[in-house]
Design a binder for this molecule. Structure first.
Ligand SMILES: [Mg+2]
Length: 305
């Protein structure tokens, strides 16, 4: 009898031990506690040091671990751009719509030749490796390293863009590349476009930034000789002068509401969660430290109760 009681007691202890382990995994409170542990590790990462060391084993030598919400976001955006089939599908969706619009609009008879105006970066060319490298090093974009990147002429293309532009060219439509890349990026940019056999990849059709970020004057130049049937971009200022200057987030929202019917008809937009005017407007067009950016993000983001 004594032996039997002892076995029961042992069995109870064992089941209680295993039970407790299971419970820890499934009881929300407990699980939360263990999930919060990495937050501590994150905090230590902000003090540039110990947490970095263990992670550097898998990171490249010249990289450190990013330490801001904004830069972590840019790494996340880059991996989305590079790895998510959903991103690819969104780009296909945009360029399929563009093709439909060309088919709807195109006729044999028109007063001036037809043109499509397209932006380059994150509309046709994929710069996510550059963005990821800067963000992983906890650095902002800067002109010098950007130009080193574009001079390499190694950008991949945005899914669906080259085949759409070639399709439009096959219909006799001229492509104009209106970009805010600088004049000293001309050679590398043309080399990159030619790598993919893109139509009208020449000096006459590559309209780089001159004195202003606004693309309006360059669009007007194209309109002197052509009818612009479509504009492709990832940034709203690629489409309309209403987005020029430094409009607030609210102003950009109001303008977008006003132009609602243009999207998917005359304006074809590609997602860019990494950078450009939406980001500048978020930070009120100010040059800020990572800590300042983080505090704005925390103040503005909607968080569930
Ligand atoms: Mg762009």
């Amino acid at each position: 009898m004594k032996k039997y009681s002892l076995l029961l007691l042992m069995s109870a202890c064992l089941s209680s031990a295993f039970g407790q382990a299971d419970t820890t995994r499934h009881v929300p409170g407990k699980t939360d506690t263990t999930l919060h542990a990495p937050v501590k590790a994150d905090t230590s990462m902000h003090i540039s040091g110990k947490a970095d060391t263990s992670l550097q084993a898998t990171a490249k030598k010249d990289t450190i671990i990013c330490t801001s919400i904004a830069n972590n976001g840019k790494v996340w955006a880059a991996i989305y751009q590079q790895r998510a089939a959903e991103y690819k599908a969104l780009c296909f969706q945009a360029y399929n719509m563009a093709r439909l619009r060309v088919d709807m609009i195109w006729t044999h008879y028109h007063m001036k030749p037809y043109a499509i105006v397209t932006d380059l970066d994150e509309t046709l060319l994929d710069n996510s490796p550059y963005n990821a490298k800067r963000a992983l090093n906890n650095l902002d974009y800067d002109a010098e390293t950007w130009k080193q990147w574009t001079a390499q002429a190694v950008c991949d293309t945005v899914p669906g863009a080259p085949s759409f532009l070639k399709y439009a060219a096959s219909k006799g439509i001229t492509i104009f590349y209106i970009t805010n890349r600088a004049e000293d990026e001309r050679e590398g940019t043309l080399k990159n476009l030619k790598l993919y056999g893109l139509p009208n990849a020449d000096n006459a059709h590559l309209l780089l930034k001159k004195n202003t970020l606004s693309k309006e004057a360059r669009r007007q130049d194209v309109l002197k000789t052509h009818i612009i049937i479509l504009l492709c971009g990832d940034n709203l200022a690629d489409f309309d002068a209403l987005y020029d200057g430094t409009p607030s987030e609210e102003n950009r929202m109001v303008t977008t509401q006003k132009l609602m019917t243009q999207f998917g008809s005359r304006y074809i937009i590609i997602p860019n969660p990494s950078y450009d005017d939406w980001e500048k407007a978020l930070f009120n067009y100010q040059k800020l430290s990572n800590a300042e950016k983080d505090s704005i993000i925390k103040a503005k983001v909607k968080v569930a109760d």
